[in-house]
Ligand binder design. Structure first.
Ligand code: IPM
Ligand code: MG
Length: 359
């Protein structure tokens, strides 16, 4: 029997609710496919600040380092917004990404036929959309230095962040983009702002160079502002998008709305070694609906499906979860965020239950 150690970090807001459902799905799949998942749950983000004064303790970081994979819910909330940036809940997420070396974040946006009317966009625009955003995750504006807020002699302040990329950083994320494009529709669109930002001028140059190793993948380039427009104008033109950290953060939220709700998009953060990976929904902790039991657990459940596929090579188990989600949607079960008239409105727990039943 295969045995995997998984660090489970529910986090804040709706995190514990959605992770709770995803864990049930994981355990059920483990029984079905004779894999043992040893789960270690720990605090992260605001929950960790309340208990230990810091968003990520050394113990929890160590736990994630010796685990085969990490399942994370969400971090952050109004309660901790006044804190200094260096100890905000979000820091935990950034530290985990950085310390675990998870430089590539895969965010698939796929339209479920059943949800075609749940999107704010016209059905004919989104029908058949199946794209993947490959977001660079450990560089760019999020991590570049100098950064911070300083007081100036005249009493005003100056805030600085730095967008910086080195050739090796661009090369490795470009390779991830080309590799996944090769396994999908063989089209890669690299998104930059090379008409203005030097760092992305370098980005474009390096991506073109790496592309020489992938003659079978059709490479195109797009400025980020145009990409934001094209995503809602004609999203079907995209297969794989590869882009820097901040652009990827923004574009993946936009892409999620093609699918009807941000509550539908899973993500996998991977690095260069297979035993380091983190899986989480792309959405946040949604403090406004936390504790009400109405959150959509599907993004987290689909993140578990990604874990099975990318970390544990359990492709069949992964597919079974995706099929189960499709069936549940086909049966008309909807959480509040994807509710449509004539459908059955269910809670977070009921949605989890419904997916379990279809496994
Ligand atoms: C995401 C989130 C995070 C990010 C926040 C919570 C730090 O928006 O995963 O997209 O900006 O990366
Ligand atoms: Mg985001």
């Amino acid at each position: 029997m295969k045995r995997f150690n998984i660090a489970v970090l529910p986090g804040d807001g709706i995190g514990p609710e959605i992770v709770g459902e995803a864990v049930k799905v994981l355990q059920a799949v483990g029984q079905k496919f004779l894999a043992e998942f040893a789960l270690s749950e720990a605090l992260v983000g605001g929950a960790s600040i309340d208990a230990h004064g810091v968003p990520l303790t050394d113990e929890v970081l160590k736990l994630t380092m010796k685990s085969d994979a990490v399942l994370l819910g969400a971090v952050g909330g109004i309660k901790w917004e006044g804190l200094d940036y260096s100890i905000r809940p979000e820091r935990a997420l950034l530290a985990l990404r950085k310390e675990l070396g998870l430089f590539a974040n895969l965010r698939p946006a796929r339209i479920y036929r059943e949800l075609i009317d749940a999107s704010t966009l016209k059905p004919e625009v989104i029908e058949g959309v199946d794209l993947l955003v490959v977001r660079e995750l450990t560089g760019g504006l999020y991590f570049g230095t100098p950064k911070g807020i300083e007081k100036l002699p005249d009493g005003t302040e100056r805030g600085v962040n730095t967008m910086v990329y080195t050739t090796p950083e661009i090369e490795r994320i470009a390779r991830v983009g080309f590799d996944v494009a090769r396994k999908r529709g063989k089209k890669l669109c690299s998104v930059d702002k090379a008409n203005v930002l030097e760092t992305t001028e370098l980005w474009r140059k390096v991506v073109i160079r790496v592309g020489k190793d992938y003659p079978d993948v059709e490479l195109s380039h797009m400025y980020v502002d145009n990409c934001a427009m094209q995503l809602i104008r004609n999203p079907r033109q995209f297969d794989v998008i590869v882009t820097e950290n901040t652009f990827g953060d923004i574009l993946s939220d936009e892409a999620s709305m093609l699918t009807g709700s941000i509550g539908m998009l899973p993500s996998a953060s991977i690095g260069s070694t297979k035993n380091r990976a983190m899986y989480e929904p792309i959405h946040g902790s949604a403090p406004d609906i936390a504790g009400k039991g109405i959150a959509n657990p599907i993004a987290t459940i689909l993140s578990v499906a990604m874990m099975l596929k990318y970390s544990f090579d359990m492709n069949e188990a992964s597919d079974i979860i995706e099929r189960a989600v499709e069936k549940v949607l086909a049966k008309g079960y909807r959480t509040a965020d994807i509710m449509q008239s004539g459908m059955t409105r269910v809670s977070c727990a009921e949605m989890g239950e419904a997916v379990l039943k279809e496994l």
